[in-house]
Design a protein around this ligand. Sequence first.
Ligand SMILES: Nc1nc2c(ncn2[C@@H]2O[C@H](COP(=O)(O)OP(=O)(O)OP(=O)(O)O)[C@@H](O)[C@H]2O)c(=O)[nH]1
Ligand SMILES: [Mg+2]
Length: 243
Amino acid sequence: MKECEIFSGLKVPCGAKIVLRIDGRKFTNLSHDLGLRKPYDEHFKDLIIQTSRDFFKEFSPTFIYTFSDEIDILLSEIPFGGRIEKMDSVFASFIAGSFTKNVFSAGKSIKKPISFDSRIIPLQKEDVIKYFKERQDEAWRNCINGHAYWTLREEYSKKEATEILKKKKSGQLHDILFERGMNVAELPSWQRRGIGIYKKVVMVEGYNPIEKKSVQSRRKKIHVDYHLPIFDAVFFDKLLENI
Ligand SMILES: Nc1nc2c(ncn2[C@@H]2O[C@H](COP(=O)(O)OP(=O)(O)OP(=O)(O)O)[C@@H](O)[C@H]2O)c(=O)[nH]1
Ligand SMILES: [Mg+2]
């Protein structure tokens, strides 16, 4: 029946860079089950970061970007011979397994098994920045919409709040929040711009037993960046030169 495995030969195009986008399935329900704070929950953010770190240790990507229940991963090398089925299934299940492990390690439990969907986006090198800029724009929309919605819910019903927010532009959402005492520019950077995980060169202190003295050496360590800039070529050039 090997001939029926018609999708197993599906591969990413030669010469492309690969980004994976992994997203929690029905995490709106999960957020109720876990009793997450709205719109942003520090513990949930820590779970997603820990899951991203697990991925980093296992598969050594170039860069991970995350906000909400989304994890975007820029791979350094094309694994599994570029086989789409293999990548999508292995990566999504790894993330689900890691997330579940991290929920239990944090002393919490979940009612139902969780899952993530995964898609592979082949990109030309010059489109990598464009891709991440688009995701960062989405993180910003998510941030301002989430804060506006949950702030309005203090005064209005679900239906009324949704109606008020319909077709509102970003500037109008600013105003709604500002009138209620919230300056969006002062929200934590990780909520506005998302979080990056990548390797960074650090100096570590060691000891040379032969010379009997302490020495400094360069190491690359996984760094969680809670203060990302607005993505631009400078950020990505630096990231790629550090691989
Ligand atoms: N309360 C709370 N919810 C969060 C947080 N981060 C993510 N979420 C939830 O995760 C959802 C992510 O959006 P989506 O991916 O569009 O929704 P989903 O329910 O996962 O739907 P599918 O991805 O289509 O299965 C948000 O709507 C929130 O309900 C958080 O920090 N706090
Ligand atoms: Mg989701």
